[in-house]
Design a protein. Structure first.
Length: 277
């Protein structure tokens, strides 16, 4: 039975809520209310990024919620285009200023290459970026550090040239697209995997097999897809803007059977959503 206050442990001892609220593709004008709604129904983990353009609104919601800062886990990300030591420090300072927070709980490198250069080799640049990430971590202004969209080769590059290892890899992950090679590699190095777009940006809602299985558990399809991630040891980051949907995604007081988990792991990708790779 999953609760929003249940946590996973990162390698440095930091605890991270098992379910996060994603803000990718939520317009800045809607972000503050969406995050306030998420916090009001029990979310304690909010995910944003400098490139999303809504850090300011996330920070405002955290403050206006009336919750203690230590009770809300906040993640933000370094832009994929930033591939230098000083640029990393500068962009982190910008994010902290936008959020108006003294620290973030998790800071991630958004991607191994700039979005316009997907597939390019930025190993040397990422090592420089990671040195800055380590400095940020040592300063206490990020309680944990990690990466996003990194494959096994990208992770290996950092692991072999770092003092502090990445604690998280946030990747595209949903039923039918679980990026097994990356997930297994990360988990073998005690790197927690997070799932952005656990509903394939809505494409899973049309999956007939999942609809049938959800009825079996008397839950809706998003709840089933979110619970699938959690039972695989993955942190899902579902996104919604309507409070009814935000709250519905928190109803996770059920367990998927081993047989059904195996069946879901074998499902083919039926979405037509964008893939990073």
């Amino acid at each position: 039975m999953t609760k929003l206050t249940d946590t996973f442990n990162l390698t440095n001892g930091t605890t991270i809520p098992k379910v996060g609220f994603g803000t990718w593709q939520i317009p800045a004008s809607q972000t503050k209310q969406a995050v306030l709604d998420a916090l009001s129904v029990g979310y304690r983990h909010i995910d944003t990024a400098l490139v999303y353009g809504n850090e300011k609104q996330v920070g405002e919601a955290v403050k206006e919620s009336g919750m203690k800062r230590d009770d809300v886990f906040v993640t933000t990300k370094l832009p994929a285009e930033t591939k230098s030591y000083q640029g990393t420090l500068n962009d982190f300072n910008t994010s902290l200023s936008n959020l108006d927070l003294e620290y973030v709980d998790l800071y991630l490198v958004h991607a191994p290459q700039p979005w316009s250069q997907t597939g390019g080799n930025y190993d040397l640049e990422n090592r420089d970026v990671w040195k800055a990430m380590e400095e940020i971590y040592k300063s206490g202004r990020a309680k944990a550090i990690g990466v996003s969209n990194f494959d096994a080769n990208d992770l290996s590059n950092i692991l072999n040239h770092s003092e502090i290892k990445p604690m998280v890899d946030q990747i595209q992950y949903y039923v039918g697209y679980t990026e097994d090679a990356i997930t297994k590699y990360a988990q073998s190095h005690n790197i927690l995997v997070e799932a952005y777009s656990p509903l394939a940006t809505g494409a899973l809602l049309n999956n007939k097999g999942l609809k049938t299985m959800a009825k079996k558990y008397d839950v809706d399809l998003p709840q089933l897809a979110i619970q699938f991630c959690i039972q695989n040891g993955i942190v899902p980051l579902p996104k919604a803007t309507r409070k009814t949907h935000i709250e519905s995604n928190t109803k996770l007081n059920f367990e998927i059977s081993d047989a059904d988990m195996d069946a879901m792991r074998k499902m083919k990708d039926t979405s037509v959503t964008w893939h990073f790779r």
